[in-house]
Design a binder for this molecule. Sequence first.
Ligand code: ADE
Length: 246
Amino acid sequence: MLYTLYTLFPDLILPWTQEAIIGRAVEAGLVSFNLRNLREHAQNKWNRVDESPYGGGAGMVLRVDVAARAISEAKAMEPAPDEIILLSPAGEPFSQKIAEELAQKQHLCMLCGRYEGFDARLEPLVTREISIGDYVLMGGEIAALTLIEATARLIPGVLGDQESHQQDSFATGLLDYPEYTRPPDFEGNIVPEILASGHHAKVKQWRREKALERTFLRRPDLLETAALSSQDLKFLETLKKVKAES
Ligand code: ADE
């Protein structure tokens, strides 16, 4: 996977591509990065990329012609970008499903805004607009890194065997079950006995129930789209009854 990022701060992104799992994936040739400074496409004496908004108001707006030149450059790359993504709080909400879809691609190009964002005439020039949540960041860089983190881990070989089971647990559409490690007793808070029982089928069932319970309590909206067995549904019924009685 090739990630091309257009940003005013490529040096902010660079360290992220050099360490930990992403750094290893780069070394292994599984992912690569093209970090581009949007300012290189400014084409004016002062290298200006922003202007005040038409109609007045606070802040500065990023110029569409600057972004359009960046997009033309990206389109000439090999392979050409499969998606040109604008990171913006007005975009479609990012999700695991979108991450799975994007992880199949070969080249993702992302545009990171700053200030009040880009001139609205950029919208028809991109293939999608994505938001990472209902809050406003100071720029699109952290949002782009979020897309990178969520997609790169889905590329075969990026996670080792040790790590890849985590992927499976979210694929169910439920929140993850709680994990425990040593010490067995932390200030009187004891690890659930079943986890040390060595009884794999019971551990599996317990984990499934905990995932269902957590999702029921914290994110009931996820239950509407999760793949649930008849046994899961029965268990959820008991949770609902307990809740109604309490
Ligand atoms: N830029 C600023 N806020 C953002 C958000 N929530 N998602 C994506 N890009 C952004």
